[in-house]
Design a protein around this ligand. Structure first.
Ligand code: NI
Length: 139
């Protein structure tokens, strides 16, 4: 019996979409107003989904453990931060697509390393605005 558990979290961060590999004109052409030199912020909504067997305690994953992992690996890293200044984005542009994959990899590594749950990280979904969101489920 496989079940899914999803939990939502919120954090706020700023970014500027700009690649050092391109000229200023190319950056403006590709990223438009998101290339504004002063950056801009988002109130992100993160939805984390894990899946697995319902254990003898009646849980897919203990929410206390999941919250602790998301707090440490994601919220403490990115909340109220300028994403462009973070080492995770030293070599990539902090688009929400890239942020979504970084978050997936951080959480997945934490689950595999600390084994705090038998559940498997199924998907990370990141809402950037009311109008758009991104999902990543690993390679
Ligand atoms: Ni943006």
């Amino acid at each position: 019996m496989k079940a899914h558990l999803s939990r939502r979290y919120r954090f706020s961060a700023s970014h500027r979409l700009h690649s050092e590999q391109m000229s200023d004109a190319e950056n403006r052409a590709i990223y438009g107003k998101c290339n504004n030199p002063y950056g801009h912020g988002h109130n992100y909504v993160l939805e984390v989904t894990v899946s697995g067997q319902v254990d003898p305690n009646g849980m897919v994953c203990n929410l206390v453990d999941l919250d602790e992992s998301v707090n440490r690996e994601v919220l403490s890293r990115f909340d109220i931060e300028n994403l462009n200044m973070r080492p995770e984005f030293a070599d990539s542009v902090p688009t929400t697509e890239n942020l979504c994959t970084v978050i997936f990899d951080l959480l997945n590594q934490d689950i595999l390393k600390r084994k705090f749950t038998q559940a498997h990280l199924e998907r990370v979904r990141l809402e950037e605005t009311m109008m758009n969101s991104f999902e990543y489920s690993g390679d």
